[in-house]
Design a protein. Structure first.
Lengths: 124, 106
């Protein structure tokens, strides 16, 4: 059974940093691209970032580019999202999602498994 | 950047009736279109990929159609468990979701 478990969400002040983690099990982690998706309060789903089989193949939404960094540790079956210079508009439930269809994160693959999410609140 | 637009924002339907949801892409995405169902307190659930292929375990009352820039999700006879928010997502060029259509009980 595929399992994705996010952690690291917290209440932080604007301008501070936070690192989210996603622990994966039940599939061949190093063979799948992975993504972060968020949902702000009362809002829809927003794609945040994606990563291919290695940390050199990554992409970001314009709203987080330059502030967030996605990475993975295939030895630990873990996905990460380093979030710097946080803003109130980054407040959301953050999901990690597993891609199927292709191994490159940029296109060709959809999301067949999701975690339960970890909440991030950015407020003073 | 590809922008996805869904309509309507809210759809009021009686159980047993048919629901038709629309999704438009700002440029062609071919068949690289997925639909997800999202209920409160749960993660999104993949319904359709490749514009028209049902994911594993998805009932036949869910069907997808379209290509290029115009797509449709049809729920042929709404069941109580189908009331939720539905999102389309393009995966032609990175990712983008539509803003969602809430299917509510009439």
């Amino acid at each position: 059974e595929v399992r994705l478990v996010e952690s690291g969400g917290d209440l932080v002040q604007p301008g501070r940093s936070l690192r989210l983690s996603c622990a994966a099990s039940g599939f061949s982690f190093h063979d799948n691209a992975l993504h972060w998706v968020r949902q702000g309060p009362g809002k829809g789903l927003e794609w945040v970032a994606g990563i291919g089989l290695t940390s050199s193949n990554v992409g970001y939404a314009a709203s987080v580019a330059g502030r967030f960094t996605i990475s993975r540790d295939n030895g630990k079956n873990s996905l990460y999202l380093q979030m710097n210079s946080l803003r109130p508009e980054d407040t959301a439930l953050y999901y990690c999602a597993k891609q199927v269809g292709t191994t490159g994160p940029a296109g060709g693959g959809y999301f067949d498994s999701w975690g339960q999410g970890t909440p991030v609140t950015v407020s003073s | 950047e590809i922008v996805m637009t869904q309509s309507p924002a809210t759809l009021s339907v009686s159980p047993g009736e048919r629901a038709t949801l629309s999704c438009r892409a700002s440029q062609s995405v071919g068949f690289s279109l997925a639909w997800y169902q999202h209920k409160p307190g749960q993660p999104p659930r993949l319904l359709i990929y490749g514009a028209s292929t049902r994911a594993t375990g998805i009932p036949a009352r869910f069907s997808g159609s379209g290509s290029g820039t115009e797509f449709t999700l049809t729920i042929s006879s709404l069941q109580s468990e189908d009331f939720a928010v539905y999102y389309c997502q393009q995966y032609k060029d990175w990712r983008a979701f539509g803003q969602g259509t809430k299917v509510e009980i009439k």
